[in-house]
Design a protein around this ligand. Structure first.
Ligand code: F6P
Length: 356
């Protein structure tokens, strides 16, 4: 009989419950005596001893439900070693793990979460993780769950904007989430037929973007749609040091990069430019079919590692197979869009501009 703790950490996304269900059902199927402890609100629940013994029935009926039944929170990795109000977070987590008499801890999370998961593993806890995030930026896996559901939503936003853009002959900017990487914008931009795609990985030249809009107009196309990653940056900004860029962005009189672009492109092209920001809408709702299958495969693979007492790994998708990847290899790395990848090439071949 095994005692397993489970928590979800970082921003929520579609598929968290489907993945929790995958782990739990496979564990119960293998051993009906398994005990699962749900830890509330991410690492915060492990730090503060906020957990509960789950029932088998808790994992039924959640495949299609968005969000996470366990709750989640962001606990920055850089503060994990900092003692706040006499609370030693790492020691507390180790103590609560021992108090629950866990054989292992299952952690569902993105990049920051994996740094802490690796820390806990190096501190001697038995850890297995699953990669979640709409950003798809976790190193070591070709796909994170949540990503495809968010792509579907962002694509639908671009689809719907098309009708207004064509009717009014307007230029539209759709700002897509994705943090510091452009996976979500690239996929949604291609799927939604965007004319210009701006990614953090390919810093844009504002004159090249304006030229592309003018070119389309001279070809008789009275509208343009730009899919812009929230982390997109200009070539000038790309040359700045992290601190300088942060200061420049903080002093910017716009809520986000898209509004800055709208002003600059409006001035340069004389077009009426509108901005649409779907924001957290992209993380909500039911997981798409692809994510439900991926979550189920990752969840059952995590249960298999636990059965075999193979700890210190993230389950990942590589070459269509689910494989274990050492946590030490994953932690601290960011999976960016390779600018020479075939998907970027394919977009270029189609005539999509990346603003350079
Ligand atoms: O990591 C997922 C994500 O949605 C990013 O795309 C976005 O930058 C960030 O989280 C938003 O964070 P929060 O939900 O804390 O506002």
């Amino acid at each position: 009989m095994k005692r397993v703790g489970i928590l979800t950490s970082g921003g929520d996304c579609q598929g968290l419950n489907a993945a929790i269900r995958g782990v739990a059902k496979a564990l119960y199927t293998a051993d009906g005596e398994t005990e699962i402890y749900g830890i509330r609100n991410g690492y915060s629940g492990l730090i503060n001893g906020d957990y509960t013994k789950m029932k088998k029935s808790d994992f039924s009926g959640i495949l299609t439900v968005g969000g996470t039944i366990l709750g989640t929170s962001r606990q920055p990795f850089k503060l994990m070693r900092v003692i706040d109000d006499n609370v030693d977070k790492v020691e507390n987590m180790k103590e609560n793990y021992a108090k629950m008499q866990l054989d292992c801890l299952v952690i569902l999370g993105g990049n920051g979460t994996h740094k802490t998961a690796n820390l806990l593993s190096s501190e001697g806890l038995n850890v297995v993780t699953l990669p979640k995030t709409i950003d798809n930026d976790v190193w070591g896996t070709e796909m994170t769950f949540g990503f495809h559901s968010a792509v579907d939503i962002a694509t639908q936003v671009i689809d719907n904007i098309h009708t207004t853009a064509t009717s009014h002959g307007r230029v539209f900017i759709v700002e897509v989430m994705g943090h510091k990487v452009g996976w979500l914008t690239l996929y949604a931009g291609i799927a939604g037929g965007a004319d210009i795609i701006l990614l953090p990985e390919i810093p844009y030249n504002i004159d090249a973007v304006a030229k592309e809009i003018d070119k389309r107009e001279s070809e008789g196309k009275n509208f343009s749609i730009l899919a812009v990653a929230e982390g997109a940056l200009s070539q000038e900004e790309a040359k700045m040091k992290k601190k300088e860029l942060k200061a420049v962005r903080a002093s910017m009189p716009y809520p986000s990069v898209s509004y800055k672009l709208a002003k600059e492109l409006g001035d340069k092209t004389g077009h009426e430019i509108r901005v649409t920001v779907p924001g957290h809408f992209q993380r909500g709702g039911s997981p798409c079919a692809y994510d439900r299958v991926l979550c189920t495969r990752l969840g059952t693979a995590a249960a298999e590692l636990i059965k075999n007492e193979k700890y210190g790994y993230m389950v990942a998708l590589q070459n269509q197979r689910i494989v274990p990847v050492p946590l030490a290899d994953v932690a601290g790395k960011l999976k960016k869009v390779p600018i020479d990848s075939d998907i970027v090439m394919s977009a270029r071949d189609l005539g999509i501009s990346f603003g350079v």
